[in-house]
Design a protein around this ligand. Structure first.
Ligand code: ATP
Length: 296
C-alpha cells in the first residue's frame, strides 16, 4: 500500500515553566507539507527551530495544539488514526538510547513483528528477524543474539532502522539519524535509508541541520525558522539559490565541502528583522504569507 503524508496547519504551543501563567512558547507555527510515496522531504533548521516537535506530532508522540496529520491511501482516503502507528515509524538520533540495553537484537525485532502481526509464530518471527537484518546489510547470524553494547554505533542504527521497518511502514520519519554517529559511517546509513526508500516506495521526512546531506538525500526541502516555514522548494533550488535571509545565513554558515568554514555574508540581525517576512516557495517562484496567500 502506498501512503501520502499530509501535514496541515500544524501548531504546537508549550507552557513556559516559571513564567507567569498563560505564558506560552509557540514551537511550531502553522506548518504544512505533503510527502507522496517515494519522495523525501528534508526538514532543515537550527537547534530549537521545532523540527523534533513536528516529528513527534507526526508519529503521535505529541498532540498538536492545532492542525492535522493525515495519512492518505493510494485512492486518497484518510487512514484511520488508530492505524497510523503501523504506517509511520521513526528513526531517532541516538540509537543507543532508542534500544533497550538488556534485550538482544532478536528481541528488539521480534517484538514489533508479533505486535503488528507480521509473524505467524515464533519460528516465523525468527526467520523474519534474519530477513530484516539482511535488508539493513547486517551479518544476521553473527549479531542476532547480541545486545546493543556489543554493536558499533553504525550497527546499532541499522538495528534501529530494521526495527522501524518491522511493522511494514510506508512513512519513515528520520530525526537527525546520523548526527551522533562517527563521520565514517554516516554516508552508509544515509545510503541505506535511500535504498530502502526506493525499494519500498516510502515517504521519508529527513530531519537535519546539515544542508549538504539534506540536498543530496532529499527531493524537496523545507526550511524552518523559529517554528515557521521560511522557504520551500526542490532541494537544489533551495540550497543553491536561497532567497530568504535565514536560509542564506544557514547556507553561508554550513561547512564548505572543500574544507573549512565559509565566512557569513549575511547579518544575523537582518534575519531577525525579517521575522515578519513570508515564505519563499521555489515551486511557484513567489513570496507567500504563512497561510499560503501570495504577497506583493
Ligand atoms: N516538552 C517541551 N516543553 C517545553 N518546551 C519544549 C518542549 N519540547 C520542545 N520545546 C521547545 O520548543 C522549541 C522547539 O524544540 P524542538 O526540539 O522541536 O527543536 P529542534 O529543531 O528539533 O531542535 P534540536 O535540533 O536541538 O533537536 C524549543 O524552543 C524547545 O525548547
Amino acid at each position: 500500500m502506498s501512503i501520502t503524508l499530509e501535514v496541515a496547519g500544524l501548531v504546537k504551543d508549550f507552557r513556559v515553566r516559571g513564567g507567569p501563567r498563560r505564558t506560552r512558547l509557540r514551537a511550531v507555527d502553522h506548518v504544512s507539507f505533503t510527502i507522496p510515496p517515494g519522495r523525501t522531504l528534508g526538514l532543515v533548521g537550527e537547534s530549537g527551530s521545532g523540527k523534533s516537535t513536528i516529528a513527534r506530532m507526526i508519529t503521535g508522540l505529541a498532540e498538536p495544539t492545532a492542525g492535522h496529520v493525515v495519512l492518505r491511501d493510494a485512492a486518497g482516503r484518510p487512514v484511520p488514526r488508530g492505524a497510523h502507528q503501523e504506517h509511520v515509524q521513526m528513526v531517532f538520533q541516538d540509537p543507543f538510547a532508542a534500544l533497550n540495553p538488556f534485550h538482544t537484537v532478536e528481541h528488539h525485532l521480534a517484538r514489533p513483528l508479533r505486535l503488528h502481526r507480521r509473524a505467524r509464530d515464533r519460528v516465523d518471527a525468527s526467520r523474519r528477524v534474519l530477513e530484516l537484518l539482511d535488508r539493513v546489510a547486517l551479518p544476521a547470524e553473527q549479531i542476532v543474539h547480541r545486545r546493543p553494547h556489543e554493536l558499533s554505533g553504525g550497527q546499532r542504527q541499522r538495528v534501529a532502522i530494521a526495527r522501524a521497518l518491522a511493522p511494514g511502514p510506508q512513512v519513515i520519519v528520520a530525526d537527525e539519524p546520523v548526527s551522533m554517529l562517527d563521520v565514517s559511517v554516516r554516508l552508509g546509513i544515509l545510503r541505506l535509508l535511500a535504498r530502502l526508500q526506493r525499494e519500498e516506495d516510502l515517504a521519508v521526512l529527513y530531519i537535519t541541520h546539515d544542508l549538504a546531506t539534506a540536498r543530496h538525500f532529499s527531493d524537496d526541502i523545507l526550511v524552518l525558522y523559529q517554528g515557521r516555514v521560511v522557504e520551500r522548494g526542490p532541494a537544489d533550488d533551495v540550497i543553491l539559490g536561497p532567497r530568504h535571509p535565514y536560509t542564506r545565513l544557514l547556507a553561508a554558515a554550513s561547512p564548505d565541502p572543500r574544507g573549512g568554514r565559509r565566512a557569513l555574508d549575511v547579518d544575523p540581525a537582518a534575519v531577525v528583522a525579517s521575522g515578519e517576512m513570508g515564505v519563499y516557495d521555489h515551486h511557484t517562484g513567489r513570496w507567500e504569507d504563512h497561510s499560503g496567500r501570495p504577497m506583493t
